[in-house]
Structure formats: structure tokens, C-alpha cells
Design a binder for this molecule. Sequence first.
Ligand SMILES: [Zn+2]
Length: 366
Amino acid sequence: MQNQAALTSAIYFAPLLPWQTLLWEQVTARAQDSNKPLPHALLASGTAGLGKRAFVWRLVAWLLCYQRERHPMGACGDCESCHWLKSGTHPNLQVLPLASLPFDCQDSVANNKNDSTKKAAKPKDTTIKVDDIRAIQPFIYQGGQGLKLCIIDNAEQMTTAAANALLKTLEEPQASVHLVLITDSKAKLLPTINSRLQQLPIQQVSPELGFEFVSRALGGIIQQQPATDADIQQLLTISHGAPLAAIALAQLPWYSKRALWLTTWQALFSKKRSVIAASNYWQEQLSLLEFIDLSKLMLSDIQRELLGLPSNQQDIDFKSVLQNHQPSFDAIASLLAELDALTAALQQNVQEKVAYDKLMATLAAF
Ligand SMILES: [Zn+2]
């Protein structure tokens, strides 16, 4: 199973994120300390967009690098190990699942930059099955030279059988093998798995550092429009202070269509526009998955406004729309549940047009 070729090599050699310097120094010092070596099983968890994957992939490259003593701040990029990484054929690295390409790495953000017209694909099936875990066991238990690393991304996607198979592996640590699990939802891991992992302390980012990083990365532009400090701050607020998530959000095709969503909803509930016309229009604009993500953000702020809290999107005028029409909290909850159900259904080859029409009908009655 040689699946790490799916990862672009740039993620192994990307610059260290400015808020991870201390963590880097701590972890790499420990990896070189024979009295207190790096634990065999690590967990990188926390809010999406804080750069936990960026950190892990850099660490992977550095741990494997043959010249790491001379390059304490990141893999050398030149040794045999680094070349193997670049060609996606490192014999001492295994990555699960097959469809793993971390969204919150800088390079994936950069790749999306000029991609605002492209429609999103259906959600990838990233389930990790028991056979996937069994397939990496020979790698873990067979000898071989040097350090071996096994990375399980989206670890919360393990089936119970897969998690139990992994648990056995965690209970029998091998001297030269390190496992790193990555997840955005630590609470979804089995407690028995959690208790055998040592958490990497992925830090929150200070608001000042986060702002500066996002501001510099976007270069004053959001969706081809000049961005103010308030626009940057809003991206960070919506992204719970996670800079990489804020940068990704700024580049999502639906981010510039938020006011349009509100106009459509208003036209639907006031019967100025038919469900089919609205559905046809949006199908030209966004994939259903994108429309679902957009709707979730809009609903969260409708909810905040109805609770008397300031909306996170200060550039959108919710108040004037909600003056005329206020959905109940129950209606919001049931629409949110419908959006989740639709996301799941999209993995089962549900016809997008049919689902779009149905969702618009729900919005019209909402
Ligand atoms: Zn190297």
C-alpha cells in the first residue's frame, strides 16, 4: 500500500507556522532525548485550521530525515529520505486513509486560490475499515531499518472494528515504530484509543498573530475585492480564530454569495420567486454541498440574531429581513438536521437536482 503519493511533497517542507515554533522546539528536543523519547502513539487534535496537519507532516519529514541533527528546524530536503518523500515512495512511511489530503495545510489552501468557479466534488468516503488497519500491520510488526511512521488521518472515521484492531497494535508498541493519529473530532474516538495516545499540544493562536498571518496571506484581497481589517476579523471570527480555516474560507466559492442567499430566502418566503426558479438558479452557482455549507453559516447567524446576539457576519444585514419574517428555533433546528441528512445522502448517490429542489422547498416554507 503506497498511498502517500497522494500527498503533495510540499507539505513536508512548508515553512513552520509562526505560532508553532515553541511546539516544534519541544517535540523535536524530545525526539532527540534518549532519556525521555517521543511516545509511540501521538494524537494531533483540535479545531480545524490551526495547522495540526501542517505540523504533523513537517514532523514526519524531519523524524525520517537522515540529516536532522544538522537541520533542527525542518527536514533537509536533500537526503535520500527526503527524496523518497518527494517521490511519494518512502519505505518507512504509511498513511491512512487512501483519500487523505489534509485541507488545513497551506499548500492545499494555495491550490484552491484561483479555483473559485470550480464546483466541489461529492464528499469523499474517508472511512477507515478494519482491512485498512490489517493492511498496515505487516509494516508495523516486520523489522527493517530505522524509524518507521504510520499516520492515520481523520482517525475519527475508523469503524469500530478498525478501532479495535488498532487498539491491539497500540497495546503492543514496537520499538522503532511511531503512530500519529490526526482528528478534528477527538470526542468521536473510542475512549480506549484516546487513553493510549499522547496529545500533541497544538496551540491556539493569539488573535494578533492570527490576524497578521491571515492578513498577509490574503494580501488585502478577498474574492477579488479589496479587504478591510473588519473583513479579515470576520473571517477569523467565523473560523473560531483558526488562521488556516479563515484563509480557506475566504477562498470558498460560496463566501461571496452570502447576501445572495439572504435575498433568495426572502424572495422564497414572500413568494416572489418559485422554488424551481430558485433551485435552477443556485444549481448554476454552487454545488449542493457548497450551498449546504453556505446555508449552515447563514442559519447560525439567523439564530444569533433571534437570540439578540450580534451576528458573526457584520457585512450582512440580517435585521431588515428578520423584521418581516422570523423562523422559530424549532424550524432552524429541523432545517439544520435536514442539511446534515442531505450531506450524508450525497455520499449515497442521491440525485443532486432532486435534492436541491427539495431543499429550496424547505427554505420557502422556513
Ligand atoms: Zn533530509
